[in-house]
Design a protein around this ligand. Sequence first.
Ligand SMILES: Nc1nc2c(c(=O)[nH]1)N[C@H]1C(S)=C(S)[C@@H](COP(=O)(O)O)O[C@H]1N2
Ligand SMILES: [Mo]
Length: 320
Amino acid sequence: MLIKRRHGWDIPESRVTPEHVFLNRRSFMGAAAGVMALAAARPALAAEDPSAALYPAKANPSYADAQRPLTDERDAPPFNNYSEFGSSQRIAAAAETLPIRPWEVVIDGEVEKPITLAIDELLKQVTLEERIYRHRCVEAWSMVVPWTGFTVKSLVAIAKPTAEAKFLRFETFNKPDVAPGQKEGLFTSYPWPYVEGITMAEAMNDLPLMVTGAYGKPLPNSMGAPLRLHLPWKYGFKSIKGIVRVSFTKERPVSFWETLGPSEYGFWANVNPDVAHPRWSQATEQVLGSDERIPTLLYNGYGEQVAGLYAGLENEKLFM
Ligand SMILES: Nc1nc2c(c(=O)[nH]1)N[C@H]1C(S)=C(S)[C@@H](COP(=O)(O)O)O[C@H]1N2
Ligand SMILES: [Mo]
């Protein structure tokens, strides 16, 4: 006899996740053979990565326990949102075609002096650490990943912004020759490159991480190699991947999704289970790699560290 476990917070999955996401995840989770093939391909790539010797980095004990089980390495790296490589969540193979060396990061705008740093030069100027963070996508799925990276505030120290700098604007590569999403079909009219932004106050908080690795190894391309952002209290789309430019600005940057759909994707995008997306509830989330659906937490459970950043901003759309 089949006994289906139901919790008080269970609601039909089709109501909270856009249809294409739901269908892709199901077909994906069944494709165990494909997952194994990807997992087998990764160690060889990691060995070629010039930064491989930096991993695994020392775990930061303050972020060693995400109070939820880690997402299995066979589940997270091959399940992505990376619209540069297509609209499905199975883009890992396509993302492998992106060359990640040489890779330069431009730091400019309201800084003492603009600089361009090769990724491996940047890595020499920072200290890598491992932090386990929860990740909550606006599409109502979540995962828990051991990320490796350095703090955004240490990047700010390298950049030396002027007193005029109020925001950080992050930009992804624009390579339609290798990224089919930037060239073909549905996505051609999108405002490439992908852009995201945070305030200087957010940047100086301890949580924001410039991510270069995951699961004790250099980041797989699918997860945003060689450099991405992770903001665990905000919806996943803020955590921009494939970063080539960090600009310090006076004006608030307008992000990629904000340009496309300002009524659905705002600048702040802090996680809040009580503020529904216009098309679905944000009350619960589907745990990647499991059948569990769990309640979503305000600020994704990081309120103690970040709620203070939003004092006095009550009139802003903080939660979309
Ligand atoms: N450049 C870029 N960054 C991006 C995206 C994207 O499409 N392009 N998708 C975002 C979304 S919606 C999510 S949920 C996370 C997914 O990260 P993951 O693929 O490592 O799970 O990346 C974010 N960063
Ligand atoms: Mo997302």
